[in-house]
Design a protein around this ligand. Structure first.
Ligand SMILES: NC(=O)c1ccc[n+]([C@@H]2O[C@H](COP(=O)([O-])OP(=O)(O)OC[C@H]3O[C@@H](n4cnc5c(N)ncnc54)[C@H](OP(=O)(O)O)[C@@H]3O)[C@@H](O)[C@H]2O)c1
Length: 321
């Protein structure tokens, strides 16, 4: 019998339980995928801990890649045996998962199952950040944080591909080295923001800040921007930012702030195909490298969460059944 990793109630990383399940069946418009690798995302730690509301018991995970085993009625554009990935699934911490066919992305040759599982959530996030939350232009100077993290490594590579200057932060020298290898021009420690950012930009400030750290970084983000700069707050690895007095945006130079989430940048099939095509092309051509920093067995989902929460990981964390 196949199994899935359940979260029976809100709790720490040790709350996970391995539960035997019946093999799911695809309904109309759906595919049954045998999971080859699962992408772990920060949001699942919030759901497990009870910070984001979910109904327990709960099988977490939106991201996985694998092989199509069965096809539901009405699906014409996939065949059994084909390789797919998704970042819009439900319950991917499992050996089998049902995926809506319109949210499945065919995996091109040249991309392994593990990379296919590691890429879509963080890669599509980096794609919409540089294209849509703010459209990065050659010559822009950008501040990001967690430059050795999953989103961070991909974001830096995409920013360099667009011709931007990248300033980022890391918490250790080993992580700084990884961020530099990904192309970051300047790697700072967190306390150096915003003063060093001002120095590096000749006092002007950066054009855009991509802030996935949230609570601890937000004030430095505001203080690092140029007049009419843009702050893209896309996460809260250190906690959520408290309510913002809009007058601060006026005082710091007519700033723009946006708080995006990935779902709003995958609105229809056309948008999904565009982002996936550009992302996969960058990887197949070698312009963007995917760094899988940690692999855990699916049954070790709790250890994967503990590693992510304790800041011990670099790049992407995956689970392999
Ligand atoms: N809005 C969206 O659409 C979207 C989509 C995907 C991800 N996200 C968000 O993007 C952020 C990055 O996600 P990721 O999966 O790529 O994670 P990650 O960057 O691989 O891991 C988080 C990193 O944040 C840094 N960090 C700074 N302060 C921290 C703290 N107090 N506790 C833990 N980590 C801290 C750590 O790097 P250092 O040790 O180098 O500081 C840590 O490695 C998360 O906030 C996530 O929720 C948002």
């Amino acid at each position: 019998m196949p199994y899935a990793m359940h979260i029976p109630r809100a709790g720490g990383p040790d709350v996970f339980e391995r539960v035997t399940v019946t093999k799911p069946e695809p309904g109309p418009g759906q595919l049954l995928m045998r999971v080859a690798a699962v992408g772990v995302n920060f949001i699942e730690t919030y759901q497990r801990a009870g910070i984001y509301a979910v109904d327990y018991p709960f099988v977490p995970g939106v991201e996985a890649a694998g092989i199509i085993e069965e096809i539901g009625d009405g699906v014409t554009d996939f065949v059994a045996g084909g390789r797919i990935t998704t970042t819009e699934g439900a319950g991917s911490y499992a050996e089998y998962m049902v995926v809506d066919a319109d949210k499945a992305l065919p995996v091109p040759d040249g991309i392994s199952d593990e990379v296919a599982a590691a890429l879509p959530a963080q890669g599509i996030t980096a794609h919409y950040l540089v294209n849509s939350s703010y459209n990065v232009q050659p010559g822009d100077t950008v501040l990001t944080y967690a430059g050795a993290g999953g989103v961070g490594l991909l974001l830096t590579q995409m920013l360099k591909h667009r011709g931007a200057t990248v300033i980022t932060t890391t918490s250790t020298s080993e992580k700084a080295e990884l961020a530099r290898k990904a192309g970051a021009d300047h790697v700072l420690t967190y306390p150096e923001v915003p003063e060093r950012v001002r120095e590096l930009t000749g006092g002007r400030g950066v054009d855009v800040v991509y802030d996935g750290v949230g609570k601890d970084a937000f004030d430095g983000s505001v203080a690092s921007l140029r007049i009419r700069g843009t702050l893209v707050l896309f996460g809260g690895a250190s906690g959520q930012v408290p309510p913002l007095d809009l007058q601060r945006l006026n005082a710091h130079g007519s700033l723009t702030v946006t708080r995006p989430k990935i779902d709003d940048f995958l609105l229809d099939a056309e948008e999904r195909r565009w982002r996936a095509r550009e992302l996969f092309d960058l990887v197949v051509r070698g312009s963007v490298k995917v760094d899988i920093g940690a692999r855990f067995h699916l049954e070790q989902a709790g250890e994967a969460h503990a590693a992510l929460e304790s800041r011990a990981t670099t790049g992407k964390v995956i689970l392999v059944p």
